[in-house]
Write a protein that binds this ligand. Structure first.
Ligand code: ZN
Length: 70
C-alpha cells in the first residue's frame, strides 16, 4: 500500500494492545475504554491466551500516519 499523503511505500504491521483497541468519540479520562457506553471494539484476537488484541495496519514512517484495517 502506498501512503495517500506522500506516495511512499507503507510498512505493514499491527497496532496492538493488551486491553483491546476501541474507537471512542473522545478519549476516556479514567478506567478501561470498554466501560464507556460509546466504545466500539475494533481489534481482533486470534487466540485470547496467546495473542493480545490487534488491528492489521500500514504505517508511513515519513508522514507518521497509520492506516488501520479493522
Ligand atoms: Zn507518507
Amino acid at each position: 500500500m502506498n501512503c495517500p499523503f506522500c506516495g511512499a511505500e507503507m510498512e505493514s504491521g499491527a497496532l496492538q494492545s493488551n486491553y483491546g483497541i476501541y474507537w471512542l468519540p473522545k478519549p476516556r479520562k479514567a478506567g478501561p475504554p470498554d466501560l464507556s457506553r460509546d466504545a466500539e471494539h475494533l481489534s481482533k484476537q486470534d487466540s485470547p491466551l496467546i495473542t493480545p488484541p490487534y488491528i492489521p495496519a500500514f504505517r508511513c514512517t515519513k508522514c507518521r500516519k497509520i492506516i488501520l484495517d479493522y
